[in-house]
Design a protein around this ligand. Structure first.
Ligand code: DWN
Ligand code: ZN
Length: 410
């Protein structure tokens, strides 16, 4: 029998060069240790990733069922970072200026706890937020945001169209890469986006991930890492055209994409990034292979550091029980035997245990009391905010992306 080929979910070409991570848990599936059966039956899947050299998208081959990742126990509350709150409030201010308060409304797909829509609610702009995780939707509703709990797809788009009409703006930040059926979402946006409307997407950028070796950007729920070329391939099928981009350092390097149904002139900055992608050979399989080798080196370096310090009897903790770190910890076999705990400020995460590696999460307030010898900055993308907040701590910070580095600032 012929082995079925792995086909790209964007352009249907064959996915190349599979990188097999072995059995992995769901990155945000935090554990309660008092429930032994739950731990024993912890859900694992075989995480394999590959790249499509036709459209350049990097993707997980077999994605776990979406209900296992997005549900009433979703652990990530985006508003936990003041910096990110500010980042999205700035985007909101720009878009509000372009809206007619009487007529227009904005739709956000993946609104989480309302981090972006909050300013629209506060200023009485018409808005709708949709998110598949009940607990974060509850948090958004408590903040007076008009949020609904559903997966967004072609079918939901018709329901929204029926209730609200066409949207002036559709915004999707740090969510599009969560969605396995990207075709259904693109079709839904085609249905809902006004002829004069703008689609704004923002998520971690492929070139940055290649550059810094942040393999951690891939896990179940980040099942795609997008680029200008792969987004163009997807949305052009639905007559939605990319015309501008904006690059940010957030989350290790993110791209904000602007699309329209109109034939708007492509900006110079968009041309610059199109060329940058070509010059950095995103369609060359060797780029992916080089990245793969670099990631293995980063994981090995971190593992060796943790093992050697642990043999010296040092206390090693982590900071930021991030979804990302689930990939590094599980792939590198770093678990509760090597890491004492991970500090985090998210109330939902405190006292739970990390997936697969079963490391206890402790209230971030305790770091400056505990003062572990070393603290690995798993939330490396929030470095400035965290180091500033934790100035009192005597710990030695450990960074591992793009390479192992100790920070003796405290
Ligand atoms: O797309 C996604 C991104 C945006 O966020 C999701 N799939 C899930 C999530 O990924 P992550 O968990 O890797 O994201 P962060 O933003 O790197 O997580 C930071 C963690 O650190 C949070 O648990 C909150 C915590 N934190 C803290 O304890 N003190 C963060 C800050 C800024 C702090 O000061
Ligand atoms: Zn493809």
């Amino acid at each position: 029998m012929n082995k079925p080929k792995n086909l790209c979910r964007v352009c249907n070409s064959i996915i190349q060069n599979i990188f097999d991570f072995g059995e992995m848990p769901i990155a945000n599936n935090l554990m309660l240790m008092d429930n032994e059966t739950y731990i024993k039956n912890e859900y694992k899947y075989n995480m394999k990733i590959g790249v499509c050299i036709n459209c350049s998208s990097l993707q997980i081959i077999n994605v776990p069922k979406k209900e296992l990742m997005f549900n009433d126990r979703y652990a990530y509350f985006a508003s936990e970072s003041k910096f990110m709150k500010n980042h999205f409030t700035k985007l909101g201010s720009k878009l509000m200026k372009l809206m007619n308060k009487e007529k227009d409304y904005i739709l956000e797909i993946g609104c989480n706890d309302g981090i972006f829509l909050k300013s629209f609610a506060d200023n009485n702009y018409k808005h709708v937020g949709i998110d598949a995780s009940e607990n974060v939707v509850e948090a958004a509703k408590n903040d007076k945001i008009n949020a609904i709990c559903k997966f967004f797809d072609e079918k939901t788009s018709l329901e929204i169209l029926h209730s609200y009409g066409k949207a002036k703006f559709v915004v999707i930040t740090n969510t599009m890469h969560h969605i396995e059926n990207c075709q259904s979402v693109a079709k839904g946006i085609e249905t809902l986006l006004d002829e004069d409307g703008i689609l704004v997407i923002e998520d971690p950028y492929l070139l940055d991930m290649y550059k810094i070796g942040s393999i951690e950007q891939v896990y179940a729920e980040h099942n795609f890492i997008w680029s200008l070329h792969s987004y163009k391939t997807l949305f052009e099928k639905y007559s939605i055209k990319l015309f501008d981009v904006e690059h940010f350092d957030t989350h290790g390097g993110s791209m904000r994409y602007f699309f329209s149904k109109k034939n708007l002139k492509e900006t110079n900055i968009m041309q610059k990034y199109i060329n940058l992608e070509l010059n950095n050979k995103i369609f060359d399989i060797n780029t992916f292979i080089k990245f793969q080798k670099n990631c293995k080196k980063i994981c090995k370096e971190l593992y060796n550091f943790v093992v050697s310090k642990s043999k010296e009897g040092k206390i090693i903790a982590g900071y930021g029980a991030t979804a990302k770190s689930a990939t590094t910890l599980n792939y590198s076999n770093i678990d509760q035997n090597l890491i004492s705990c991970i500090y985090d400020s998210t109330p939902f995460k405190i006292d739970k245990f990390t997936p697969g590696s079963h490391i206890q999460i402790r209230d971030a307030k305790l770091l400056s009391k505990d003062n572990p010898d070393y603290t690995i900055l798993f939330a490396w993308n929030h470095k400035n905010e965290i180091i500033e907040k934790e100035k009192k701590s005597k710990t030695i910070w450990v960074e591992y992306i793009p390479e192992l580095k100790l920070t003796y600032e405290n």
